[in-house]
Design a protein around this ligand. Structure first.
Ligand code: HEM
Length: 470
């Protein structure tokens, strides 16, 4: 049965019980974001006294009164060791998904994720992936001055409580035009969720065979709600989630610090473009990404970007691959086509729609000035953040099966070219007449650390703070 043919009752979302910036983005007015990883070094009771003070200030997904955005926001996530440090029983922690409990840096998992060579967990920055991070506090601010104040307050509360300290902090800032460091508009292709973001359904939803689109069931991204599997269950069963009161309104979070070698990217693109039949560097780079630098999709504009294109317009993602199945316009191995193949795999899009995630990443580090081709030694890149109901089905499915392997696209061993190859080997085939083999695939992106986390709902946060989770 086509996905669109399913019938289901409407869903009501309890936004007040869900943390903010998941189903609906806070938006680009929040220029500064800090991620502070906290280590708990005291008894659970003492840690909970500090934690309850944090919980009082958490920003929910409730709409803001009169649409006025607060100057700063605060959100909280925990690792599996973090749940234990707050006194959650082993039994309850055992009800969380296996990948969350094992963590991103688990040896076998790291190989699958491509975290090998310079990206291996043994090379990660101190504190990340070692089991020492317990709580992640994410602070967003509209202005640097508010940002500084919020960070100061957070640290003062920790000092007063004792036994808790920040062991790793990443401060990020929006780049001009909401671009990432390679120069591309980023972060605007997001899933459209029923009851939350239906207005983005064209391109954000599930492509239907009749040409229409359908919004995602909220349970794909928030636990305690029907997902694409259970939405038509006659017995109204819900997808698996952590035991009560922890699971409902929560979601899993992936956090990765991805260093980008911008000078190497620029040099590689410039050298390769000299050999490319079209000879055009902008076109060659766009073929790697699947979009022009301003975000215009290649599949709809294969020859030149649309200067009027705006990433926030409701049509920004309104495209499919059904009339470009051979990849002549948007290569089969381009980053956006691999990470969300839409209808490109056939079967009416049913092979790809269970692997979507909500991305809320932020670039970190200063921009490498335009035209500079040598590395200046500055640490810069992307803090990749995704929210999903299942890390294994959604984030890992995309990273492992689609970005790190080419089989499903008929691309053999080719990896996503944009993410690079940890050993500087590999290539990308750019379909054309004749096809162009883009090589070498350098180490453009290196993982510098990461964690799998859980973002509890507000009821769960209160129970964690009170020590009543069991
Ligand atoms: C430094 C690393 C990365 C860079 C520079 C990067 C850059 C981009 C850019 C420029 C876009 C197009 C804008 C947009 O659609 O929002 C994009 C889209 C996307 N990326 Fe990445 N990305 C990176 C890593 C990743 C990783 C690790 C994943 C997943 C495991 C991922 C998944 C996606 C997805 C799902 C989309 C949306 C595709 C669509 O819906 O059409 N990206 N990325």
């Amino acid at each position: 049965m086509a996905p669109g043919a399913k019938q289901h009752p409407p869903v009501h979302i309890d936004f007040g019980d869900i943390q903010g910036d998941i189903l609906r983005a806070y938006g680009n007015t929040y220029d500064c974001t800090s991620y502070a990883f906290v280590h708990i070094d005291c008894a659970p009771e003492q840690a909970r006294a500090w934690f309850s003070g944090v919980v009082d200030h958490v920003t929910t997904a409730n709409p803001w009164p009169r649409g006025e955005k607060p100057l700063t926001t605060l959100n909280v996530a925990l690792t599996a060791p973090g749940l234990r440090a707050l006194g959650v029983s082993d039994d309850k922690v055992g009800s969380f998904s296996r990948e969350f409990r094992e963590g991103m840096s688990d040896a076998a998992r790291a190989v699958l994720l491509g975290d090998v060579g310079p990206s291996a967990p043994s090379q990660w920055e101190r504190g990340l992936g070692t089991g020492e991070t317990h709580v992640l506090l994410t602070i967003n601010a509209q202005q640097p001055v508010d940002h500084k104040r919020a960070l100061g307050k957070m640290k003062a509360a920790m000092k007063a409580a004792g036994g808790v300290r920040v062991i790793y902090q990443e401060d990020t800032e929006m780049l001009p035009g909401a671009r990432e460091h390679f120069g591309y508009a980023d972060g605007f292709a997001q899933p459209a969720v029923e009851g939350a973001t239906e207005r983005k359904v064209r391109g954000g939803g599930i492509p239907l065979q009749d040409g229409g689109w359908r919004a995602f069931a909220p349970g794909e991204f928030i636990l305690g709600y029907p997902d694409e599997d259970t939405r038509v269950d006659p017995q109204r069963r819900l997808p698996n989630m952590p035991a009560d009161p922890l699971g409902r309104s929560g979601t899993y979070m992936v956090w990765r610090k991805l260093y980008q070698d911008v000078a190497l990217w620029r040099r590689t693109m410039r050298a390769a473009a000299k050999l490319y039949t079209a000879g055009d560097e902008d076109l060659l780079s766009a073929k790697v990404v699947g979009r022009w630098a301003n975000g215009t999709p290649l599949v709809t504009h294969p020859d030149a970007p649309d200067d009027e294109f705006h990433p926030s317009s409701s049509q920004a993602n309104d495209f499919r691959y059904d009339d470009d199945l051979d990849g002549m316009r948007c290569p089969l191995g381009s980053h956006i086509r691999r990470s969300n193949p839409r209808d490109a795999l056939g079967w009416g899009g049913s092979l790809s729609f269970r692997h979507r995630m909500i991305r809320r990443g932020m670039p970190y580090g200063a921009v490498l000035p335009e035209g500079v081709m040598e590395d200046d030694g500055v640490d810069r890149g992307l803090v990749f953040v995704s929210f999903q109901a299942s890390i294994s089905r959604q984030f890992e499915g995309v990273q492992v099966q689609w970005l790190n392997a080419g089989n499903i696209f008929g691309l053999g061993n080719d990896k996503d070219y944009l993410l690079g190859d940890p050993f500087g080997k590999g290539k990308m085939t750019i379909q054309g007449k004749p096809p162009f083999l883009l090589s070498p695939q350098e180490t453009f992106v290196t993982t510098r650390g990461g964690e799998y986390l859980f973002v509890p709902g507000m009821t769960a946060l209160a129970a964690l703070a009170d020590g009543t989770t069991g």
